[in-house]
Each structure stands twice: as C-alpha cells, then as structure tokens.
Design a protein around this ligand. Structure first.
Ligand code: WTA
Length: 629
C-alpha cells in the first residue's frame, strides 16, 4: 500500500510556486527565523518587528515590536491595487441565489459592520461571541471584530444551548452576534432562540446583534426581540454613523485575534488563543504554498467558518492572498447529491478543499452524479480533519480530480493555526498520508522520552520548535496549556496523535491517543458527551467511546448506568440521544446506547474506556491490573 506513489505531473510541476520540497525545507531548517521573516515580509506591517522570535518555553512570541492588523492585509491592502475590483466572495444559497462581493464591496461591508459594533460600545480587547449561519455576514462579522481589535469567539452553528452558554461564560463576552436563523436542508435552524436561552444565564452579555436571514424569506416567523438588549443589524447599519470611515485598529503582533473553543481530555472545552501577527503569517504562507493559489483561481473550502478550518482557510487565508472564494450555504445533497459538482461546474471552481467524511458520504451516491457535470476546471484538491482512507483518496483522485489534480492532505489542529504536515504540489503523493512537515516546521514521531522511534513503529507525533501560528496559550489557563501540550514528552509540543514514519519520512497518522473522538471530522471530547448524558435525570453515569464508522470515520457509542427507578428501553435511548442533541450538538448524538449495571473503573475511579472499546471491537483487553474488580 505504501508503495503506491503519485508523482506530480509535468503540468503541476511547471505551475508550482515551489519546485523542490527538499531545497526549501533544507533552507528553512537551517534558519527557521529567517524563513518565517521572509514569508512575513510579503505582508504589510504598520511598524516592522525588532525581533523575529522570543522563545521562553513553552511560551513563544513572534515578530516582536511589530504593529499590524490581519484585516488590513485581508482587505485594505488590496484596495490600492487592481484587486479592488476583483471578486473576493461568491456566495450561493441553498435555494440558488447569489451574492457576490468585490474586495471593494467586502471592505465596505466589513467597515459598516465594524462601525455598528463600535456603536454598541465594542472596543479593542472585548470578547465577542459569533454564532452565525453560513451567510456572507458570518465572515463579515468576524472580520469586523478583528478590524476593531475585538477578540472573536466563534461558536459553530451546530452547537446547542449549553455548549453556547458555557463558551459565552468562559469568554465573558459583552456582545453576541447571531442571525434570526439559518437554512439547512430547507429547514430553519433557530439560532436566535438558542442565543436567547444561552444569554438568559450569561450576565456578561450586554447586547445581541441580530442579522436578518430567515425572516427575509419567511416573514411569518416571529423573532422575539428583547428591548434594550437585542438589535437588528440592518436597522443599525442604515444609520449615518455606520458609513463613516473605520480604519483598522493598529495591533501589536502579539495582541489576541481570537479564541476558538475545542475539545480535549477535560470535560470543559479549552479556549485556544491565537494572535494577529504570527497567525496571519502562518495562514498566508501555508495557503499560498500548499494550494499554489493564483489570481485567476476560484477556491472553495466546504467547511463551516465556525471551525478552525473555516477560520484559517475561509475567513483569513484566501483574503490574505487576494483570492476569489466560493461559499455555499446548505447541505451537499440538496436538492440532489450532485449539488457540489454542480457548483464546481457552474462557478468554475479550481481548488476544492474538503473532508474525508464528505468525500465518503458523496462516494456512496455513485459516480453518475459527478459524471453529469464538467469538473475540468478543477486543478487541485484538498482534504482535512482526519486520516483519509486510501479508498476514498483514490475515488476523489479518479472520479473528481480525473487523475489530473493532486490531493493536498493537510494535517493540522485548532492549536497549530495552520497546516503543519502537508504535501506541496511538487511532492509525490501516497494515498492516506499527509506526507512530510512543511518547510519551517520541525516534527517527528518519538517515544515518551523524546527519542525518535524506528521507522514503521507507532509513537507520539510531536512538534519540536515553535512556529508563528501556534496557539499562545489556553485562554485564562496557562497552567493547563503547559500541562496538556508540553508535559507528556520533555521539551516538545505533543499533538495528541499517534503516528509512524515510513522509509521516505512520510508521516502516517494513526489517530488520537487521548479522549478525543473525531465524528465526521468534528472534534468532540468523550467527557463533553458524557456530561451531556449525565445532565439527564435518568442517568447516573456514562462512558463514551468512538467506534469505526464507514462514512463518519467514527461514531459514538455510549454506555449508561441508570438511576434507580428508570426503565431501560428504546424510548429512553431515543430520549437520551435527543438530550445530547439539544444540550451539546446534533453531531455528538451517540449512534448506540447500551444500558449497563456498572462501568469498568480503575481503583482511583477513572473510567477505563479502553476496555469498553477493546471488548466492543473484539480485541484483546490488555493490561487490567489497575481495574477495580
Ligand atoms: C486530526 C482540524 C489525519 C488529528 C484542522 C488532529 C488529521 C485533529 C488530519 C485536529 C489529516 C486533522 N490527517 N488526521 N489530514 N487533519 N486531523 O483541532 O487527529 O478539529 O489532531 O483541527 O484532527 O482536529 P481539529
């Protein structure tokens, strides 16, 4: 399997910005600070840096002394060039309407939004929670926060009330930006209703800004607005103050840009903190080099801006490079399973960046759907979120890419901010591996002492040296930052993944070593799902594990101990599933629930999920010496 090699075609190689991985990697490894400084100098800074890196392990600062604003590089910078009139964003709704924005228009809208935020009292350093459907205003709102120096905390629209509430509380947001709802599969997602429930219990929130989406088409829907707290965006945007100039707030390169909550081993989500300067450089450099973006391209990332993929590779990187991107509001199978292929052919998409889950899902509908459309505009494909199984890789390559388009399998994390392991177009590919670390990134597979493991053996996937777009800390919790990422293996950042290296130095990610489950590429913590289950009155205890799933990658199975007086049965199981859906997220609903008398635990009371999983998969149970009984 690992012998299956796809070298770059002559055409790909000819167009490639970087022609030799080895050459650039060697240069970057010899002097990483010089490499990153050169990448950074392609962007505009209000004031230059005096020092590239300050490394006080495990705390890094990049581009010290510099002043910048990521939005200046996304928008304002382009207005001085011909790109002022270039399309920045082509948006298609589920029902097929379009809204297009040139760089000029996007700048105008972001400025207007920023003025509205200011009129509500938002200031530099404030945390603003963004809970939006996939409409242009989702990106506009995020960019507007960054423009005025506020710190955005975007919550994926698929999260429910409790998850939203917990994240608002942790960030102590003063402002929440939402919409009256969103459309998905023709159904209305009641975002404002969830915000109402979440905000009722969140004392920090002073105002809720509501963008009109669903009531435009469904005026019959009544959206309750609380006087003095809730404001319609379109009403404030129509006021004269909204059209005033609103220059980008000059930020220190280490000033926070956003918090993005993600799941980990603890029950509470962790607030990953990124900053303006280094993050901007990582996003810009990786997007430019890996996707080889060109001015004539139309790029489409199918993710939601509520996840890190959407933050870096929808909201920021495409605009940083002056690219044109496509955004689609709805479901991939609406109204038929060829929606994506239809979008590609109608809009002439050249680069498609998607996930293994989506690919496997669309693969199931058969080749007739894509074959109905002209996909010849495609030049390059991308994948992210979980290991792509070689079968899905080959289908993507053959049926969608017509064996012409290289697949950039990009490995990275919310924490890393941008791609870490990924091919460049000039690199020979092997289905199922993201190949090697990008230039300037020092990664390896090691044992618990930090020694490289022999080729072919599993070990910890670690990062040795700091990189510009790394998380700076966990919001309000530097100790946990040290403990989670910098304590398992001495002196290096542990990713939480296990991996092995092959004879070419290609890294094969095996999976997570901790209690993170990737469901459809979405990152969930077992503890989060368990605490959602335990919040149901019938549940005394719960343990969740991930089991292999053909389309979703993993599915969740929950083992539940009931409180006295509650009857097991299919009805209760459905109720528990819905409970997780309404409290945490629909994605987190367990596929299977098994009612048990007790859970296997260590003598210190920790649930041994490993045993449950081994038993479920029919594997050897392994060491049980710590088992309670
Ligand atoms: C997994 C998503 C294999 C990995 C950008 C990582 C991958 C976690 C890949 C981070 C890939 C992401 N191949 N595994 N190309 N991309 N992963 O924070 O386990 O949602 O640690 O970031 O996803 O998930 P997160």
């Amino acid at each position: 399997m690992e012998q299956d090699l796809y070298p770059p075609s002559a055409e790909t190689l000819e167009g490639a910005r970087i022609k030799s991985y080895d050459e650039v990697s060697k240069r970057a490894a010899a002097d990483p600070e010089d490499y990153w400084a050169r990448e950074a100098s392609e962007l505009e800074w209000f004031e230059p840096w005096t020092q590239v890196l300050d490394w006080q392990p495990p705390f890094a600062q990049w581009f010290l002394g510099a002043r910048c604003n990521i939005v200046h590089n996304c928008l304002d910078r382009h207005l001085k060039t011909w790109r002022r009139n270039k399309l920045a964003l082509i948006w298609e709704s589920e029902t097929g309407e379009h809204r297009n924005f040139s760089y000029f228009a996007l700048h105008r809208e972001v400025t207007r939004f920023a003025n509205v935020l200011k009129s509500l009292g938002a200031r530099k350093g404030d945390r603003i929670t963004v809970y939006m459907p996939r409409i242009p205003e989702q990106l506009i709102a995020i960019l507007a926060c960054a423009r005025i120096g506020a710190i955005h905390s975007v919550i994926f629209g698929g999260f429910s009330v409790d998850a939203l509430h917990e994240r608002i509380m942790d960030a102590e947001s003063r402002l929440v930006i939402t919409a009256d709802g969103g459309f998905m599969n023709e159904k209305v997602v009641p975002l404002k209703e969830m915000v109402d429930q979440a905000v009722r219990k969140s004392p920090s929130v002073e105002a809720v800004l509501v963008v009109r989406r669903v009531t435009q088409q469904r005026p019959d829907l009544k959206i309750p607005m609380e006087q003095g707290r809730d404001f319609w965006y379109d009403e404030l945007a129509a006021l004269p103050i909204a059209t005033r100039p609103c220059p980008c707030e000059p930020m220190d390169s280490e000033d926070p840009l956003f918090i993005l909550y993600t799941s980990g081993t603890t029950g509470r989500p962790k607030g990953i903190l990124h900053v303006h300067g280094g993050y901007m450089v990582g996003a810009y450099s990786t997007f430019k080099n890996v996707f080889d973006i060109r001015d004539e391209d139309r790029y489409w990332c199918t993710a939601d801006a509520g996840w890190v993929t959407g933050h870096t590779y929808i909201v920021y990187a495409p605009f940083l490079t002056g690219a044109t991107q496509v955004m689609y509001e709805g479901a991939p199978s609406f109204p038929y399973p060829d929606r994506w292929w239809s979008i590609i052919s109608r809009l002439g998409v050249n680069i498609l960046y998607s996930t293994p889950t989506a690919i496997r899902g669309l693969m199931r509908y058969g080749e007739a759907w894509p074959d109905r459309h002209d996909l010849s505009s495609l030049r390059l494909l991308g994948s992210v979120g979980e290991p792509i199984n070689p079968e899905a890789w080959r289908w993507f390559h053959r049926v969608i890419g017509k064996e012409r388009c290289p697949i950039m399998d990009t490995w990275w994390q919310t924490e890393t901010g941008s791609f870490m392991i990924s091919p460049l177009p000039c690199v020979a590919l092997k289905p199922g591996t993201a190949t090697r670390p990008l230039p300037g990134i020092d990664m390896d597979v090691v044992d618990e002492h930090g020694n490289p493991v022999p080729q072919g053996q599993d070990g910890y996937l670690v990062i040795r040296k700091p990189w510009p777009s790394m998380l700076r800390t966990l919001y309000k919790n530097p100790d946990l930052y040290k403990q989670v990422y910098w304590s398992k293996v001495p002196g290096v950042y542990t990713t939480g993944d296990s991996a092995r290296k092959d004879e070419d130095g290609y890294i094969w990610v095996v999976g997570r070593m901790d209690d993170v489950i990737k469901v459809s590429g979405y990152r969930l913590g077992t503890a989060e799902v368990e605490s959602a289950l335990v919040s149901h009155p019938a549940v005394a205890e719960a343990a969740c594990i991930g089991l292999p799933h053909e389309v979703k990658g993993n599915s969740i199975k929950a083992f539940v101990v009931l409180r006295e007086g509650h009857e097991a049965g299919p009805e209760l199981e459905d109720e528990l599933r819905d409970h997780v859906g309404t409290h945490l997220s629909k994605i987190a609903r367990p596929d299977a629930i098994e009612i048990v008398d007790k859970l296997p635990k260590t003598r210190s009371g920790k649930i041994m999920r490993r045993l449950l999983k081994a038993k479920e998969l029919g594997q050897p149970i392994g060491d049980t010496s710590t088992l309670e009984d």
